[in-house]
Write a protein of this length. Structure first.
Length: 74
């Protein structure tokens, strides 16, 4: 991969992160403090909370794989 191709991929990834961050900021601003999908692990005890977004991570990984494959084919 040439340097210009790498630069384009980094810029595209940055734009995706900016868009995703803006969406998350808007969601949290309007009362939804996050989202949980079925398959996300949540363990709550008296003084301890553990949250592992397994399903969310898989979905985000699939979406990023598709987007990056579309970008890299050009």
């Amino acid at each position: 991969m040439h340097l210009s191709g790498l630069a384009r991929m980094i810029i595209a990834l940055g734009l995706i992160l900016i868009i995703f961050g803006t969406i998350m900021l808007l969601i949290s601003k309007y009362g939804c403090n996050g989202f949980r999908l079925p398959g996300d692990v949540l363990i709550q005890k008296k003084n301890y909370t553990f949250y592992f977004p397994l399903t969310t991570a898989i979905i985000i990984s699939i979406i990023l794989t598709i987007v990056l494959n579309l970008i890299s084919r050009r």
